[in-house]
Design a protein around this ligand. Structure first.
Ligand code: ATP
Length: 607
């Protein structure tokens, strides 16, 4: 008799539910014991966390107290408070003593149970006072401006080592002497400060970031600092803040780290897996722990989300690493031959069986078999698979002898297997056996931090493979990638970058090189044939001679600025106001376009 898996809560692959449109609300990705699962947060209300029967987020782990912590969600955001638990609650590795605001990307631990906060579209601003909310509002506006005008912007995050009034005062003294008029800074809570630096790109040698880092560290020598830049680390306020704070977490006390340093590159034999999202980092840590056991693992996630990589990680980190890793796409097994493919057959077992064939399970002897799309297995094969896994023996088709097998099974599905069980399409006993440990991989649209870094990495590798000069992604392109909903997930992004490397002739991938569906229009909910969809528009666009969009925009901007300067008789602030451009950007562009405000007066030359 097989016990049901420990997770009885929401184990649907994220995005498979009605939330697949990309408008998912806030939730916690909970990692407890051998599994990860999702706990949706209410729009407003109190969530009691603990082992108590009355707990809303009911945990089983012994390290969790009955009434462990409380999460309070209001329209102003969410806060977590420990309820005097035995083993305590930590937020991003630090014990919490009083109520603390939660933001997307935060990692909360209730005893040994970890939960990662996710809020894709609904920000969870900290609101110790109105300050943080106002700050986030300003950041959103600045991000929009930066993207509209193709300007850089950096978010600097500071984490005090030991929060104290004196420590905060020392930092505030730096702010009052060093912060420019356009720069905003605010305390997120008692120990985290965020500083918004428009026009700062974080490039080495650039003025702006280095001086501020030095000044802050001089005032608070044990603080940790992190920075994230728009658009290369993210194209929305929440992603940038999460990336900057995560970078600060990776810095040593008295040190600084940029967001790009928070990217982990896992080398798994010849595979490279990039991880930057905090939930993905926790999931890969879970996979590493699971690898040490012999438990079967079920990986759930949308198509192209990286399920095979996750399965391979389990194999690679296990004692079976020197054995074979055998991937089997259950959806592609020819009908009528499923059993012979899985278990093998003897010569003459059926017409066409001209030779004896070892099946996939047997060929994974000593290693791991990866049953991809296991939800597609026909009922008869499900029954035989269950028997084989329980007895650890198989019988080839047309044979009477049983053979013992020593394999580990990792299965994957894009389906909601619980619903398949409920609908009678998938055997419950097989589901329980395969899902002893269940890992939910979030879709790419829910890990926006990973989009730019994966895009750059895929592009670099594709260019190297073609032996061509490196390509860079224009900021408008990064913005378009950030807005896309990625129905084909990481595979769609990789295909797009492969094609860009092959099709773009210049040095820069501009927005007009992207498929039309990624520019402004809403992406279709499903894109089953990503390859075709991404290649066609690119090829069509590349064939058409046209001015690059960025150039067209520049010319239009220049023209409008000249008109506005003429109308305002050279008064820059008025001219900027007329065309709704921030004065800082206006002055910058004036220099960039080589325009001179005075000579643009009516009747004069414009340059
Ligand atoms: N974090 C990552 N870093 C680098 N490459 C990745 C990452 N995640 C996925 N990929 C790449 O994206 C592609 C799709 O990933 P993978 O095959 O693991 O997805 P999948 O969920 O198993 O897809 P399917 O549902 O179609 O089986 C692969 O080329 C894989 O190497």
């Amino acid at each position: 008799m097989v016990a049901p898996p420990p997770h009885v809560r929401d184990t649907r692959p994220i995005g498979v539910s009605s939330e697949s449109s990309g408008t998912s609300a806030a939730y916690l990705l909970v990692l407890e014991g051998e599994s990860s699962w999702r706990f949706p947060l209410p729009a407003e209300g109190v969530v009691l966390v603990g082992r108590d029967d009355k707990a809303d987020l009911k945990l089983k782990d012994e390290s969790v107290s009955r009434r462990h912590a409380r999460i309070l969600v209001t329209e102003e955001g969410a806060r977590v408070v420990d309820l005097g638990s035995q083993n305590g609650t930590t937020l991003n590795g630090q014990h919490i003593e009083e109520a603390r605001p939660l933001m997307s990307g935060d990692v909360v631990a209730f005893g040994a149970v970890v939960a990662v906060v996710r809020a894709r579209h609904r920000p969870m601003p900290a609101r110790r006072a109105l300050e943080a909310e106002r700050w986030m509002g300003q950041l959103r506006e600045e991000v929009e401006r930066a993207l509209r005008y193709g300007r850089p912007l950096t978010v600097l995050a500071l984490a005090l080592e030991a929060p104290s009034a004196a420590g905060r005062e020392a930092v505030e003294a730096v702010l009052s002497s060093d912060a420019g008029p356009a720069e905003a800074a605010g305390w997120l809570d008692g120990e985290h400060l965020l500083w918004l630096l428009p026009e700062v790109s974080g490039e080495p040698g650039e003025e702006g970031l280095g001086e501020r880092v030095e000044a802050l560290l001089a005032a608070s020598p044990r603080a940790r600092l992190g920075a994230a830049t728009c658009p290369s680390d993210g194209c929305d306020a929440e992603t940038l803040v999460a990336a900057a704070r995560m970078a600060a977490r990776t810095a040593t006390p008295g040190g600084f780290a940029s967001a790009v340093e928070g990217v982990t590159r896992l080398t798994l034999a010849e595979r490279t897996v990039l991880v930057a999202d905090p939930a993905m980092a926790q999931l890969y840590a879970l996979l590493r722990r699971l690898a040490a056991s012999e438990l079967p693992v079920l990986v759930c996630g949308e198509t192209g989300a990286g399920k095979e990589n996750a399965a391979f990680a389990v194999h690679h980190w296990s004692r079976r690493a020197s054995g074979p890793f055998v991937p089997v796409n259950c959806a592609a097994l020819p009908e009528g031959l499923v059993e012979s493919e899985l278990f093998g057959h003897e010569r003459g077992a059926f017409s066409g069986a001209t030779a004896t064939r070892v099946g996939f399970l047997e060929s994974a002897q000593g290693g791991t078999v990866f049953l991809d799309e296991v939800g597609e297995l026909p009922a008869s094969a499900q029954a035989k698979l269950l028997r084989a896994l329980e007895s650890r023996r198989i019988t080839r088709v047309g044979d009477t002898r049983e053979r013992s097998i020593d394999i580990r099974v990792v299965a994957a599905t894009h389906r909601d297997l619980e619903a398949e069980v409920a609908a009678g399409r998938f055997r419950q006993d097989l589901y329980f056996r395969l899902g002893a440990a269940t890992v939910l991989l979030p879709p790419l649209r829910e890990r926006p931090r990973e989009v730019p870094m994966l895009a750059r990495d895929f592009l670099e590798r594709a260019c190297a493979a073609l032996g061509r000069r490196e390509l860079v992604l224009a900021s408008g392109t990064l913005h378009a990638l950030a807005r896309h909903s990625w129905p084909g997930n990481v595979r769609e992004l990789r295909n797009l970058m492969d094609y860009a490397a092959a099709a773009v002739t210049g040095d820069v991938v501009e927005p007009h090189h992207l498929p039309a569906r990624m520019l402004g229009g809403k992406a279709p909910a499903q894109a089953p044939s990503v390859e075709v969809e991404t290649q066609e528009p690119l090829a069509a666009q590349a064939a058409r001679p046209r001015i690059p969009l960025a150039q067209e925009i520049r010319e239009l901007e220049r023209k409008r600025m000249i008109e506005a300067l003429e109308a305002s008789e050279g008064v820059q602030t008025r001219a900027a106001e007329m065309i709704g451009m921030p004065i800082r950007t206006f002055s910058f562009k004036l220099k960039q376009f080589g325009l001179h405000p005075r000579v643009t007066r009516r009747g004069s030359s414009t340059e």
